[in-house]
Design a protein around this ligand. Structure first.
Ligand SMILES: [Zn+2]
Length: 378
């Protein structure tokens, strides 16, 4: 394996440069599709058979199995989209400085794409049969909440013994063993307009109702138990001398367990139906859209494999919980033991300072190879 990585390290960086310099923001269908084509061409060269799952609005998602796949019961999930709009790649193209690589999507998650591909190439070239046991989903709209590709991920997760999600490792190199789930709600409040000086008694102030709702939502937070409810956006009213006829609140919810999700949803629905002021109309939309990924026994087993294999490579890899959701939440909700953050190490995702620690690309590729080998033999 050592020989393999040295031989291929420059090729890995060339592939990374090509991907990073291809704009692929989530809403840039043509760009995401170009990334998909680059990846498919590479995978075809090592005997993988791509299947394209077309989307009208977003990029096409792709699933891949090797032509000799016998029992592909390990799922790998990697998204192709970034948060950066078209034009970013020409503004700040791929560069390497002082051991770090920069450019749009370099760590989230084009480096992971390169890592997964070269892992497969290494396994195929060295005839380590693990490549026959994987199914890979390359999805197109993770950064939007996996709108079009969620059902594909869920379908492919069915019956798998493990799901490996290659979001980047944390800045300290840790993998992710639990994730909080999340939801978004919108509450629309309809009151009645009236002139605040001439006939205020005819009005019903939607902003006053909103004030009650804000406090009610905020009071649901239970930080000691990893539950956070945040009214993050509000709007309302039409002019200062009008009794506000409408108002709106957008609420972000983070949960640590599935049962918490159920309870909080009921509480939010209740608040969203019960008006404080007479004559107010309330409309609540939204819900919990990313289930939490909990540290189950199955996940702990995966963590143990990763840590043992890391140690053998001289790497110290911790595991941690994180607040944000990812596609790992969907596979975990299907009761498939899931581990995330298996990608290379870097940080500052979603910003112009986003970076990859270049050395971690080969380190994490080696680790991924060894983890897959172990998992496929179990
Ligand atoms: Zn990502």
């Amino acid at each position: 394996m050592q020989e393999f990585e040295e031989k291929h390290v420059n090729e890995m960086l060339e592939m990374l440069e090509k991907l990073v310099n291809t704009d692929s923001g989530s809403t840039d269908k043509a760009g995401v599709d170009r990334v998909g084509e680059i990846l498919c061409q590479n995978y075809e060269q090592i005997g993988f058979v791509p299947k394209v799952h077309k989307s009208e609005q977003y990029g096409n998602s792709i699933t891949l199995r090797h032509q000799d796949a016998t029992n592909p019961d390990i799922l790998i999930v990697a998204h192709m989209d970034t948060v950066f709009p078209a034009g970013t790649a020409s503004e700040r193209p791929f560069t390497i400085r002082d051991g770090k690589a920069y450019g749009p999507g370099v760590i989230d998650m084009q480096a992971s794409q390169v890592m997964v591909f070269y892992t497969m190439k290494a396994l195929v070239e060295q005839q380590i049969s693990a490549y026959k046991h994987v199914e890979i989903v390359l999805n197109s709209d993770e950064e939007l909440g996996t709108i079009s590709s969620r059902s594909l991920i869920e379908e492919k997760a069915k019956g798998k013994k493990a799901a490996l999600v290659v979001e980047p490792a944390r800045e300290d190199g840790s993998v992710v063993s639990s994730r909080r789930g999340s939801g978004v709600y919108e509450l629309h409040i309809k009151g009645r307009a009236a002139h605040s000086g001439m006939n205020p008694e005819n009005g019903i102030n939607a902003i006053e109702e909103l004030a009650h709702k804000i406090l009610a939502f905020q009071s649901l937070s239970d930080p000691d138990n990893g539950l956070h409810v945040n009214v993050g956006l509000i709007e309302g009213g039409t002019s200062v001398n009008t009794i506000a006829p409408s108002a709106k609140a957008s609420v972000d919810v983070r949960i640590s367990t599935a049962s918490q999700g159920k309870t909080i949803d009921e509480q939010i629905q209740a608040i969203g139906q019960q008006n404080v002021l007479d004559g107010i109309e309330l409309t609540l939309t939204g819900g919990i859209n990313r289930p939490p990924m909990e540290l189950t026994d199955g996940v702990q087993k995966l963590v143990d494999i990763v840590q043992t294999k890391a140690q053998a490579l001289g790497l110290n890899v911790g595991h941690t919980a994180t607040g944000g959701g990812s596609d790992a939440s969907f596979t975990a909700a299907m009761n498939v033991p899931t581990i995330d953050g298996l990608g290379p190490v870097g940080g500052k995702q979603h910003s112009s300072e986003e970076y990859l620690i270049v050395d971690s690309l080969q380190e994490r590729m080696m680790l991924f190879c060894n983890v897959l080998q172990q998992l496929s033999e179990e």
